[in-house]
Design a protein around this ligand. Sequence first.
Ligand code: GTP
Ligand code: MG
Length: 394
Amino acid sequence: MIILSSNIGPEAQAAYQKYLDAGTIEEQIKRLEEFLSIVPKHKATENIVAQNKSKLAKLKRQLEEKKQKSISKVVSPFSIKKEGIQIILISDYHIPGVGKTSLLNYLTNAAKTKIGSFNALPEIGILNYEKIRFQIVDMPSIMRNAYKGVGNGKEIIAQIRSCDLIAICVDLSRDINEQLDLLFDELSNGDIKINECPPSIDIEKTGSNNIQILFLTKESKESMELSDKIKQIIRVNGIHNCIVKIYGRINLEQIVDCLNHSIVYRKAIIIGTKGDLPHTEDNFEILKKKYSKKFKIIASSVVRKNFPSDFGELVLNLLEKIRIYTMNSGKVAEKPLILNKEAKIRDVAYKIHRTFLELFDFAVVIRKNARQKRKKVGLDYDLEDKDIVEIHTI
Ligand SMILES: Nc1nc2c(ncn2[C@@H]2O[C@H](COP(=O)(O)OP(=O)(O)OP(=O)(O)O)[C@@H](O)[C@H]2O)c(=O)[nH]1
Ligand SMILES: [Mg+2]
């Protein structure tokens, strides 16, 4: 037995021994708490008490860390690792059965749950289009107040927030508005803005100088009369010193959005399902009339095998992506690199390997429809869809 101190008495000494013999962190905490509750507290034991209190606090921290680790080890079934371009199919849950699983199966052949039976967990399939992988995710239907957690809504919304494209599925044989109202509400409450551009505003916090607003373009000057209201909103958010740079015509709601760091901006399309059923043309027309300005709208029917054959092309266009085919010793890669529309040669070099950027000498671009089909270019050359690129290093 380790004698802690002759001042603490045999009872506390025994309790301390029990702590020393304890195996798990939980048991050590329990034993140490018992020891601290019975150890006599006076000048001679002051140091022992303080040290053991500190030990107890450390053990509690360790236990908390252990708990956190085990929580993060449990991977949510709603969290889906992105593979290629991720497209999430969503629909409302007034009446389940909009046709997402049917669509997933039609596009990828991957549905595991029975079509017609509600799937409570996401299902995934891969659609290959010209060697590009589109990951199609069939999400469980979204319920009213999903953003508050109803029907695993928080997990579902968390995943939607990080996808590349939201495919809003609506059953053309049902009331369109009822379905879309619910989905738009839940996405909006989940701080997801669809088919909107982030406001052209930058707010940079500073150490002093109050709130300065700079209207940096001609259009932005039209919003100058909002200056005082903008400042008020910013102050309400606890920011008292900052520079606000405004690049376009803006409204106050955009200032509010700009201060809400939880907002994400995502692209979305609408897919009308069951287009083979009677009277669905009427609903499709309503859908187009109301939403075609904001959304690309597709009518589909798995029964009639009716779905755009150029869906992949449509998605790349919508996401403003281009395909770049790399060439090595005259051999063109089958699988393209997928880059943003504004990509330059330096982005290709970087994507292949960082060292390509460091050792870059020049690149050859082959553009089939151009007057000069083969061109020697530098790092800042702007690329176009389907360019073939060969990078030469020093
Ligand atoms: N007529 C017709 N029926 C369809 C079509 N697509 C799906 N269905 C039917 O609609 C019902 C529901 O289809 P599912 O694919 O299971 O719908 P879901 O969206 O996955 O439904 P939940 O998982 O419950 O949210 C099934 O009976 C399908 O056969 C279609 O294009 N035309
Ligand atoms: Mg389903």
